[in-house]
Design a protein around this ligand. Sequence first.
Ligand SMILES: Nc1ncnc2c1ncn2[C@@H]1O[C@H](COP(=O)(O)OP(=O)(O)OP(=O)(O)O)[C@@H](O)[C@H]1O
Length: 574
Amino acid sequence: MLKEFTKDFRSRMIWMGVASLFMALAIVGQSYLVVTIIQQLFLDNAAFSSILPAVFILIGMLLVRTVFQYMIKGSGIKMAQTAKVSIREKLLRHFTSQPMIDADKGQSGRKTSLFMDTIDEIDGYFSQYLPQVIQSVGIVLIVWLVIFIQNWTSGLIILVSAPFIPVFMMIIGIKTKDKSKEQLSELAAFSGTFLDTLQGLPTVKLFGRSQEQRNKIDQDSTSFRDATMGVLKVAFTNSLALEFIAMLSIGLIALEIAIRMIIFQNLSFFTGFFVLLLAPELFSQLKQLGSAFHSGRASMGAASRVEDVLDEETTPVSWGTASLKTDKAPELRLEQASFHYEEGNFQLAPASMRILPYEQVAIIGKTGAGKSTLLHVLAGFLPAKEGNFLIDGIAQEKVEKADWFGRIGYLSQQPYVFSGTVRDNILLGSQEEQHDKVIQEVAEHAGIWKWITALPDGLDTIIGEGGRGLSGGEKQRIAIARTLLKKPQILFFDEPTTGLDIQTEHILQKSLDTLRNQTTMITVAHRLHTIRNADKIFLLDQGEIAGEGTHEQLYKNNEMYRKMIHTQQGGREA
Ligand SMILES: Nc1ncnc2c1ncn2[C@@H]1O[C@H](COP(=O)(O)OP(=O)(O)OP(=O)(O)O)[C@@H](O)[C@H]1O
């Protein structure tokens, strides 16, 4: 994945290469001038004024070096920013293109950690590793060439000792990728458990499981700490080995220069000192490359974790480009359409049905019969695996996604309320800004206006993430207000199984009645009222349609339906 980006960053990398050549020349020039100044001042006893031009050129060289170093680093940071934005977009597209069922999978904390920490870890590859490789290769080659020309024996010592650094770097660094991947997995697990516990705190307390949860968090945090220590251990071993090799090589060069200068007296002070200044510059570049290699490997571990998630199999719903040519609610038709989840063995048997515009449809059946699954297939949240799903005669996969979702509404059993103002939450139902009068109107219909006016900031009151601080009934009413604002042509409604308070129930009924003639309503129904008033009822049993018709027809002809109604009525006749 990371290599893909290097193509996009080719021009930046060429520019970095050029900058590193200038840096190398500045390093050589800087050492040359330092030696010249010292030789003139201390050996040739030159006047200070005569070395002033050299001092100014030296300052210039230092400046050139600093500026190019800054530019290479800046370029690396820009590459990292672009790459991170692009990877985050890819991941977001992956998460959002998943069908509802996959989107709900896994812990939110894990996903957040992947999205934030893991992608941040990729930063090092572009901001440190790549720039350092380009910089070090250029500088090391040029500096080595100058040393070799000046004193070939020193050049030879470097040629023998320097390759140990990349070799050690690779041997030690190889482990970094796996260790870093493990560390990020542990962090994700820790974030997941922590967020899960936080969200389920009342449940945990209620069941007296605080200690177990505490132990689990403790365990996850210890695993994360151990994994972090593992990565750090590799990093420290890496630095130790690099320092050791560099120190040994520089020591050898110093010894060789001293022997040639003092014993054999065949090396000038100028050349000896020049080489002694250049050698640490060369090894410093190699050491920096070693550390950058470590962060590069850690980034590769992070990238591989992102890749694992991107490679996860999903069953996305495909959409096309055809617009529905109708202003009214489209007709829906299933032709031998079936569905099964990747996991588990539930099968929605091939089902055929026709839902006419503005029909009131109820889907009923026992728990686990497949009612919500059928509703999700009809709403385009899940793909029909076989058979056809036709929307106004057009195959669903050819219909434009935005056109379809612009026409439908979905009221789930547990509607989601976002962290934000009450106004923002209601306005989710509208593509445009709406006047407060309109919001008031739908809020009144949804029976929540009085509640809103009693809030400290009215419509501008901030409500918590996931609707925390709101009762179930209040969340439902906000969801109803959103739906009323959207005025969908088709409303998919997963009726709450748990009894709403009588008032919310009454409001819900009234709101749905207002929509009755302008909306096709497909309801997973639990209330007798909805079932009796439906134009068409589909009775599901273990994933199969076991009956279809009006209440009267089914009551007359279907034993299972009769039994269900009797149970609902507590034994009374319908
Ligand atoms: N994401 C999933 N992966 C695998 N199996 C699933 C998934 N979601 C639901 N199921 C299974 O599919 C079957 C049908 O589930 P569905 O939610 O459609 O039933 P339902 O009739 O709506 O039930 P209820 O009335 O309890 O909501 C169940 O056995 C359920 O466990």
